[in-house]
Design a protein around this ligand. Structure first.
Ligand SMILES: [Zn+2]
Length: 377
């Protein structure tokens, strides 16, 4: 007789536990749902920009904080490629764009020749707006990694074809000769115009353009460096204009923009510190534009990093007059090529907290994809 109430109370206890469990799960879900969603990603890559390049720029600025220092999260990433401790820009660019390591020289594919979509391509396929900005030719290794898939970085005429088979809303950079002085005689600038691109060689021509497709090629090859006359307005202005156009094109569906400070690397190969500093400063001004955008547009993540370090630059205590700002500072280069050390990354904006610690270079696009709701592989 006394068994029945006991069963009843056990059932009631079970029901209570289930209800309580349900409440806890729904509360947890609500917490997950309220984490701000990343809609836009701005990926900024300083080619060859190692810790010492940034430090030299800080010294030149008398330690006035750089824009990069506004980052709320930072860490280090391992740059080695699939076949070398010391990567080149092709393998590093591919790792940062596809999430797969590859051999030096290869673009957008693994060593077995299998092409993997870049985060930009995945974003485009998901209906997001996308853009690429560089001061080297847009067919050069780093930007190429976000648009094409070729076994060797030197195949720049082939890389240019990917700008027709993809739709990169905003293309700004050097290298028009791969579009209109091609070995196959085709004129890709006309092809872009036929695809409703505004094609021009002057950024000022798109001053009043606020949406649609634009391709701006100020030069037929690499743009001049800042020391050789490129306006320090160029990269920040190009970044701001791209953000305006992509915001309107995305119409709430989000965008992906890659901005490369291309020419830090070139000066570091030549062991020209003033060139390195002026290009790093210029890149940092563009970082400031991106961070300001993230301040005003919640849902925007900005990640700043390098593909590798160039020159093996080190800063030492010296008596030689440092002709920039600090007389007790000297510098030394240890290689004419790249070095295999880790490089820093900085993150700012929505989701920045996911970028911290020591990462593989391939982790960076994978985390970005996860936050954007895109396939990581
Ligand atoms: Zn290099």
């Amino acid at each position: 007789m006394s068994k029945q109430p006991k069963i009843l109370s056990t059932i009631l206890e079970c029901v209570a536990v289930l209800i309580l469990g349900g409440i806890i799960i729904s509360l947890l879900n609500r917490t997950i749902d309220t984490e701000p969603k990343v809609k836009n990603v701005i990926f900024m890559i300083g080619d060859g920009m190692g810790v010492s390049h940034i430090t030299a720029t800080m010294i030149h600025n008398s330690y006035e904080p750089l824009n990069m220092e506004r980052a709320t999260s930072a860490g280090l990433q391992k740059t080695y490629s699939a076949n070398s401790r010391v990567t080149d820009s092709a393998a590093a660019g591919s790792a940062l764009s596809t999430g797969y390591k590859t051999n030096n020289g290869m673009i957008g594919m693994t060593p077995d020749g299998v092409a993997h979509p870049s985060i930009r391509e995945k974003a485009e396929r998901a209906g997001m707006a996308t853009g690429i900005i560089a001061t080297y030719p847009v067919t050069n290794a780093t930007p190429a990694s976000f648009v094409g898939h070729v076994p060797h970085r030197n195949m720049e005429d082939s890389i240019a074809t990917y700008y027709l088979s993809n739709t990169v809303d905003v293309i700004i950079g050097g290298g028009s000769r791969r579009f209109d002085q091609r070995e196959d005689g085709r004129n890709f600038l006309d092809s872009l115009r036929a695809r409703e691109y505004i094609v021009t060689n002057d950024l000022a021509d798109i001053k009043d353009v606020t949406e649609g497709r634009v391709a701006v090629f100020p030069t037929d090859d690499s743009m001049p460096t800042v020391l050789h006359g490129r306006s320090t307005e160029f990269l920040p202005t190009a970044t701001a204009k791209a953000l305006e156009i992509l915001t309107n094109n995305a119409d709430g569906d989000g965008f992906f923009l890659m901005v490369e400070g291309s020419q830090i690397d070139g000066w570091a190969h030549k062991h020209e510190l003033e060139g390195v500093i002026t290009e790093t400063q210029d890149f940092d001004n563009a970082v400031g534009v991106a961070f300001d955008y993230a301040d005003k547009h919640p849902g925007t993540l900005v990640v700043v990093t390098a593909d590798h370090e160039t020159g093996g630059l080190t800063i030492v205590n010296g008596n030689r007059k440092f002709d920039l700002n600090d007389h007790m500072v000297d510098y030394a280069w240890t290689t004419g090529g790249h070095n295999g050390g880790m490089v820093p990354f900085f993150a700012y904006g929505t989701g920045a907290e996911h970028f911290k610690g020591v990462l593989e270079n391939t982790d960076i696009p994978r985390i970005m994809c996860r936050l954007l709701g895109l396939d990581e592989n």
